[in-house]
Write a protein of this length. Sequence first.
Length: 276
Amino acid sequence: MLNSEEIENYKNDGAVFLRKKFDISWVEKLKIGIKKDIKNPSPRFKSHTIEKNIPSYLEDYWTWDRIPEFKDFVFNSPVSQIASELMSAKKVNLLMDNWFLREAGAKSSTPFHHDISYFDVNGTMCILWLPLEPTGKDEGVAWIKGSHLWKKNFLRVRFTDGHKVEGKESIINGKKYEDLPDILGDKDKYKFLKWDCELGDCVMFDIRTLHGTLSPFLPKKTLSRYTLRVAKEDAQIDYVGDWTSFNYRKAMQDAGYKNGDKLGGSMFPQLWPKSM
């Protein structure tokens, strides 16, 4: 499904643009799913816009098992095969799905971050970023080329307006967590990757690749994205400790997942190879 250049770009750069990998029917199905979720959101649904009665930046996650359109995409779209080729994986499991929606005129933006710091899982993982409307390269996020190879763990950043950093620089369970560098204040130090996306285009990126909104803009139209995090067979549960209020550890522990467990079961089902 992928050519050697696409796979090499992913491995070297930490992100790769893939053209027309998803049929438009998948895009339309995901948009229907988001509308359903907004009408009947999960307990995790949130607005990252603090001020009331203005255009908002919305998000929900872990919704695949309650929205049929999301479940269909997770299990039956090409995403798991694409991920298996990029990660050279024999098996691919779901980590988490979520969606973001910026209403027309919303001021809220995505802070620079890498997703590995938000999960109690370690190993080889990648992320699908699929825009559900045609999106200019300055209307989406930008990825810092090669940042997945820095071998650094950065503190989590809240998406809510103000982008509060959670925790302090420290060593947690043997891992050093540090503040992000001032990326926006020192842009010349980095090579940014960003692309114009038409319907069906996507970006796949390593879970350790730093990404965020590079420059402020007010969307003239509502923009939505569906994202999906998946893991290779080497991934395992790695509880990092109570150093931040953002976690879903209790749900994982209540489901019986223990430190060191491989992904699987009801929360992290296998996506590839697809079952017959």
